[in-house]
Design a protein around this ligand. Structure first.
Ligand SMILES: [Zn+2]
Length: 254
């Protein structure tokens, strides 16, 4: 099972969540929202080869943390995964739009200069602008659109640009999310939860709730759960082997 976008450091007891992920043999991409959170978050999982920590600077706090871009640049050679990064066009973050754009474009250009990275990307209400920024930096690496909620037209553009997608139970609970997922290339889809931000049954999602996405994918694709699981595992393997051309140390064992 795979949770390719979880905020392990933001759970009340991150160590307990990590232990449970290890016990369940979960592959997890543990994302961070600030460069200063990276070292502590990576240390949480030093004995968990299936959990990798991504270096991020979340668009919702870009205005507060843009001073950490220098730290981002210093840490980048140590990582293979970058995220959570992106843009957020929601009304409450609109006033910080110039900061968001500055941080995102800087992060993409640093990734390009470093040889490319595997990136998990936030694009709420900003899919077109995120795709525009990615188009400006085609060497930034492999973009995985997390919880994509753009239009069908924006999705088609993302697919044409070679983007991957991670989909979770919260996104798949709605008709729109399912309709978008149906149009994603099956060989570029992974599961995620976005826990603890995303909710499942009125509570914060756990990384192992990625399981719930399997059932929906099985319906959307008209395939058995086993076939879906094989497809996702194959996708992860391909992403990682792709990503070995993307700089940084080899990662994600198991
Ligand atoms: Zn997130």
């Amino acid at each position: 099972m795979i949770d390719f976008h979880a905020h392990l450091d933001l759970y009340a007891d991150p160590h307990k969540v990590v232990r449970e992920c290890v016990a369940r043999d979960l592959y997890v991409l543990s994302v961070t929202t600030t460069p200063s959170a990276w070292s502590g978050t990576a240390a949480l999982t030093k004995d968990a080869p299936r959990i990798r920590t991504a270096l991020g600077l979340h668009p919702q706090i870009a205005h507060e943390r843009k001073g950490e871009l220098a730290l981002f640049e210093r840490l980048l050679p140590e990582v293979r995964y970058v995220g959570e990064i992106g843009l957020d066009g929601s009304p409450e973050y609109q006033r910080y739009w110039p900061d968001q754009e500055q941080v995102f474009s800087r992060v993409l250009s640093l990734c390009a200069r470093a040889g490319g990275r595997i990136m998990t990307i936030h694009s709420r209400r900003a899919a077109t602008q995120v795709l525009d920024a990615l188009a400006m930096e085609p060497r930034a690496g492999i973009a995985i659109m997390h919880w994509f909620s753009g239009t069908q037209r924006e999705l088609a553009r993302a697919v044409d640009m070679g983007c991957w997608f991670s989909v979770g139970p919260a996104m798949l609970a709605g008709n729109k999310g399912r309709a978008l997922t149906a149009k994603m290339p099956r060989d570029r889809v992974l599961t995620e939860t976005d826990g603890p931000f995303a909710q499942v049954d009125g509570r914060a999602a756990w990384p192992w709730d990625a399981n719930l996405a399997l059932e929906v994918l099985s319906n959307v694709w008209s395939e058995s759960i086993e076939t879906v699981q094989c497809q996702l595992k194959r996708n992860l393997r391909r992403l990682i082997s792709h990503g070995s051309a993307c700089g940084g140390p080899p990662n994600f064992g198991g």
